[in-house]
Design a protein around this ligand. Sequence first.
Ligand SMILES: [Mg+2]
Length: 386
Amino acid sequence: MRIVKVETIKLDRFLFVEITTDNDIVGLGESGAWAFLEATAGAVEVFAEYLIGKDPRLIEHHWQSMYRWAHFRGSAIMGALSAIDIALWDILGQHHNAPIHELLGGKVRNKARAYYHVFGRTKEELYAGVKSAREQGFTAVGHLTPFLDTPREEPFFQSYARKIGDAVETVARYREIAGPDMDLCIEIHRRLTPYEAVQFGRAIEPYHPLFLEDPVTPDNFDEMGDVAAKLGIPIATGERLTTIWEFQMLIARKAVQLVRPDICLVGGISGGRKIAALAEASHIGVVPHNPLSVVSTAACLQIAATSATFVLQELPADTWSDVRDKRPASDDMVEGAPTHDGAGFLSISDAPGLGVKLKHSARERFPYRPRRIDTRLHIDGSVVDQ
Ligand SMILES: [Mg+2]
């Protein structure tokens, strides 16, 4: 079996890679470098020159060849490598008529607990989102900010007391609405400095969040470790990281209790399973990051199926509450989309390979929508993280 074609497909907000073999197997993958998909597409072109004519079954060998041939790393390149890796696993599964998780040693669970995205531009929308997730049967909600995702054209200013006080009150209200049977995954999105994160984190401990995600900008592992040591709630981080070596350094600093590998960014299923093994060795939970399409969800579910310390799967809402960024429904994009059982769990497909196939109609229905730089400013004109 040989690779005859490597194609990139930009669709809506996503970049897919399809790899075709000489016996007409088509493997599908997705890139997680969502802000730089054009750069990822360029990297895929470079990798394609290497892949054409190769046996797609030698996945780890190709991974090592593509990663190690030059000394450049980073999200755009790793997004390309990840999409290719997922597509190669998809081909291997179809070739053996087996789901990928079977080739990885078999399922350790039959379904994957999911957390649902909650978005809102007002507090009322956020509270309604928590209530709606509960009514849909989800047992965990995430992407749950204690701040507002205020329009980026509005300059930011709040006193320290207002910023921390309001955020703590919001989390208290989330707990009130969620009740004790739904977990809260609180997402800071890098909005706090280390001293703010410690004060805020200590104040929300009574509301038992399942985790506090990226309480500080995740560029400095020592600072993340310092915040983690001072808080009595688990820290989740890792969505920006791209290698097993970065995750190892994070874990060694005890800066994380739940790792958040983006399977479309950490070298695909090959990278994701190694990170899951690193996590398992330190009794750390695995919560695959997934703000992408249902193709990414399907790849994440291979890790969920086979990782002993898997905890939760991020599940993006098909329709974001911001009407400017409506995304296609999963069933309109692919055949074989995982389903929600109405009780907070996603199905794990036993179909050969990845279990999802891109619908041809999706290419015409959902033209590519490139992202534009959209930075929020402080009232004094400086840049703020949001
Ligand atoms: Mg996050």
